[in-house]
Design a protein around this ligand. Structure first.
Ligand code: IMP
Length: 185
């Protein structure tokens, strides 16, 4: 698949760069307040959350640590396979730590439920979730989300770290992918 031009592939800008930065500043302030006196461990879920996490931690005003995990649930299409594989595990132990999972988007909730089960079994002091986007309408399993950037409608979105078949992660905004891009594949 070749990447099409932005205007041919992105139907509309759903969340602008300015709106992203404004909301992420608020989330950073809220988390810094909630975790004052602690050193939370931010666990970024690769690859989608890497841009969000890098902006988020620059808005955290308390000491914090950072690690990454990579899981995969989508085989390159737009629907979750329901099978969650760990592609890269953490380097830092979460035992006794205040862990904040940082995700780009919660869709069916299957990935997050799996991550929560996996990490809570490792005995963190606390475990919470911060997701940039919440596609609530599509939820198949219940998950508690502590910090949500934006609730979005049921559309496939790309940009700001989120991809379709590895493309579009570099867009500085969140855009809705034209259905024709994936329907013709
Ligand atoms: P879930 O397990 O269905 O909640 O899916 C979570 C993962 O699916 C996210 O971490 C994303 O990688 C991917 N995903 C879900 N919806 C979208 C979307 O609209 N655009 C890009 N990736 C998505």
């Amino acid at each position: 698949m070749e990447e099409l031009g932005i205007s041919e592939s992105v139907e509309k800008v759903l969340i602008s760069q300015d709106d992203l930065q404004r909301r992420i500043r608020e989330l950073g302030q809220e988390i810094s307040y909630d975790y004052a006196g602690k050193t939370p461990l931010f666990v970024g879920i690769l690859k989608g959350a890497f841009i969000f996490l890098s902006d988020l931690i620059r808005n955290i005003s308390i000491p914090c640590h950072l690690d990454f995990m990579q899981v995969s649930s989508y085989g390159g299409g737009t629907d979750s396979s329901g099978i969650v594989k760990i592609l890269k595990d953490l380097d830092i132990s979460v035992e006794g730590r205040n862990v904040i999972i940082v995700e780009d988007i919660v869709d069916t909730g299957i990935t997050m439920k799996h991550l929560l089960e996996l990490l809570s079994a490792r005995k963190p002091a606390s475990l919470s979730v911060c997701t940039l986007l919440d596609k609530k309408e599509r939820r198949e399993v219940d998950v508690d989300l502590d910090y949500v950037g934006f609730e979005i409608p049921n559309a496939f979105v790309v940009g700001y770290g989120l991809d379709y078949a590895e493309y579009y992660r570099n867009l500085p905004f969140i855009g809705v992918l034209r259905p024709s891009v994936y329907e013709t594949r």
